[in-house]
Design a protein around this ligand. Sequence first.
Ligand code: PDD
Length: 286
Amino acid sequence: MSRIAYVNGRYVRHAEAGVSIDDRAFLFADGIYEVIEVFGGRLIDEDGHLERLARSARELRLDLPVAMTALRRILRELVARNRVAFGHVYLQVTRGAARRDHVFPKPGTPTTLVAFAHRGDLAAAEAKARAGIRVVSLPDIRWKRPDIKSTSLLPNVLAKQQARDAGAYEAWLVDEKGFVTEGASSNAWIVDGEGAVVTHPADSAILSGITRATLFRIAAAEGMKIVERPFTLAEAFIAREAFISGATTIVMPVVAIDGRKIGSGAPGRVALGLRAAFHDFAPASA
Ligand code: PDD
């Protein structure tokens, strides 16, 4: 079975799908994207992701080329055509193709919409969660608007590769004041000495994770204390637990930061509990 992608109104074989070399995402990373988990063949937290896509579009003065209802149909079609039970759908909107010039193309230039799906390995994801992941800290050298889910991800790409080179799965980005903002492709959390679950406020310094928002609702329902405040690396080193969240990881316990063991050095109870509860709580749409 060949993979099928969507490009500007057409379903095409993934391997043959393409856009113009004049596309502004290729030339300027002038685009936005979303990644949505598919679990049990359903789209998880779809509304949250599409609302954030609309917000990213507004912030960058980008017009979405299709209505939300059409976008929802496209995502379902990709899940069906690629027979995804567990995996992800990716969608990207760019400012379209135009002769290279930093200023926006002339009004009416169609924006580009690309979407595709990939199948994931659920057993491998669960095994990773049982083992826990290692992270390394790196300076947060991104622009001042990482709250916009833009395809300009070069600092994230470099941080992620540096983490991998150091034998870690994720990089935790640290701002100039010493606070951990978030991961290269995930939000960052700790459980402090009092048992409170702590994560950076969703201001312009981080991407306001859709998974993060669902975890807030789970924690509230289970009577956990959640505090939105910046935390330092020093605090993270002595935390009871640490973990990351995101559409591709859901909740992954962190067992070491910069080679230092966190808590007992095994995945924590809070992280594993939130992970186990996630799909019972998260809205799933067929
Ligand atoms: N990344 N912070 C950053 C920098 C991210 O790139 C992501 C997601 C998150 C978590 O957001 P959400 O819970 O809405 O997925 C936080 C996606 C998965 C990616 O780039 O692949």
